[in-house]
Design a protein around this ligand. Structure first.
Ligand code: UDP
Ligand code: MN
Length: 261
């Protein structure tokens, strides 16, 4: 249910469960602030934030408390043996959130949709309304990913169903689509109790291996005006240059003393 302060709530509409893995770094608070402000404008949204950390941080905790969002704050460190592999970013955290949904939601009564939203992407409000009515698995284009301006499903114009993809990078992937380009109905996910993200698969195949367990290309529900619009971008934030800060630290000083950045 909605927290008292929650601004947008309509009990007749499905809830969107947004799952966001996040990790400590200089831009973390900026990323989460920006994303939270987008999510605060969406009706019936429940934000599941999973920190890649041994314990929950006060930075994330207080940021979540200040939002007018329904949220669940979890933590799950990436196991050491998998650290530093790009292909496993967010795997442990997304699985922890899925487990939380399995333990706390019921496919018979809870009407919702699950979306995996990384903390650094750029989201329109429209993308959430597009995904809200997902019956099983819905898909749409994602901007600035896969080495292209847009990676998108290709539709049969007569049937309106997905028949292929425009991807250029590893087009042999079963579902050559970014994490930001699909949503899964909550009941559908709960009715597949074994589905999860896996550690031992090569980069770029996370989405494919996950979706193969839930759907087929023919069953996909295309959104965003028959996949003609970009409503989400796979933006990536440049790491800030902290050369002067590092010099200060060598002298035992820091610019952010007593401040949370
Ligand atoms: N992430 C994480 N731990 C890490 C690296 C990334 O939890 O060690 C999170 C990150 O905050 C983001 C998601 O996993 O929400 C995907 O990571 P990233 O945006 O770096 O991946 P890319 O943009 O390269 O797909
Ligand atoms: Mn990213």
């Amino acid at each position: 249910m909605c927290r008292k302060t929650c601004r947008h709530w309509d009990p007749t509409l499905p809830v969107i469960y947004v799952i966001t893995p996040t990790y400590a770094r200089p831009v973390q608070k900026a990323e989460l602030t920006r994303l939270s402000h987008t999510l605060m404008l969406v009706t019936n949204l429940h934000w599941i934030v999973v920190e890649d950390a041994v314990r929950k941080s006060s930075l994330v905790e207080s940021l979540l408390m200040r939002t007018a969002l329904n949220y669940t704050h979890l933590n799950a460190p990436t196991p050491d043996i998998h650290k530093r592999k790009a292909s496993v970013r967010g795997v442990e955290q997304r699985n922890t959130a899925i487990k939380w949904l399995r333990n706390n939601k019921n496919s018979e009564v809870d009407n919702g949709v699950v979306y995996f939203a990384d903390d650094d992407n750029s989201y329109t409000l429209e993308v959430f309304e597009e995904m809200r009515k997902t019956i099983e698995v819905s898909v749409w284009p994602v901007g600035l990913v896969g080495g292209l301006m847009v990676e998108k499903p290709l539709l049969n114009t007569t049937t309106g169903r997905v028949i292929g993809w425009n991807s250029a990078w590893r087009p042999d992937r079963p579902f050559p689509i970014d994490m930001a380009g699909f949503a899964v109905n909550l009941g559908h996910l709960l009715r597949h109790p074994k589905v999860e993200f896996l550690f031992n698969i090569s980069g770029g195949f996370q989405e494919s291996v996950f979706l193969q367990q839930l759907t087929t290309t023919e069953r996909l529900e295309p959104k965003a005006d028959n996949c003609t619009k970009v409503l989400v971008w796979h933006t990536r934030t440049e790491s800030p240059k902290l050369t002067e800060e590092n010099k200060l630290r060598k002298l035992g000083k820091q610019s952010d003393k007593g401040m949370e950045i």
